[in-house]
Design a protein around this ligand. Sequence first.
Ligand code: AMP
Length: 187
Amino acid sequence: MSRVLILLGPPGAGKGTQAARLATELGLPHVSTGDLFRENKERGTELGRRAQQYMDKGDLVPDDIVLEMLFDRVARKDCARGYILDGFPRTLAQAQAWEKRAAQGTQVQVVNLVVPDAVLVKRSAGRGRTDDDPQVFARRLAVYRKLTLPLEAHFRERGLLNDVDGDKTPDEVFEKLKSAAATGVRA
Ligand code: AMP
């Protein structure tokens, strides 16, 4: 049985940092849809061009584009034993598509990084990403609340959600994530 760990949480919650550390710790690949889009953008691919217009505004890339890219990525050999999802799913439709197509035969665990809005805004100011510009970041937060927040209830209802306090130092959060990952796995 393979294992999939989903990191949920608002922009700036620390998903990327923690997913990378967990990937090393657990020996599983780190699959970040945001990173995949940024790589495509840098390589100048058609996919990158299509995604950029949404990313620049702080909007979500349409589900069909995200899903095609994600399923391609997780079909690769290095994901056979499982993977860590960072930034996916971001909509209920994405979650349902993934569950239908890729969740069979996997142990799924969801960790929700909980961070107050004021802290998120402060953190975004220090990252220097173009989509961390204050107006774009505000849009990303609003989009998160509207489209991604319902996933908390979706996973909670399925008994898969573990809340972890993300308003701590990266090392403290990592320790909590490690123990959540070690103890809370649900099939
Ligand atoms: P991230 O690095 O996860 O913050 O993602 C950066 C941007 O990429 C987001 O603001 C979206 O525009 C886009 N993106 C990344 N993952 C997804 C996803 N699962 N669904 C839709 N858009 C996404």
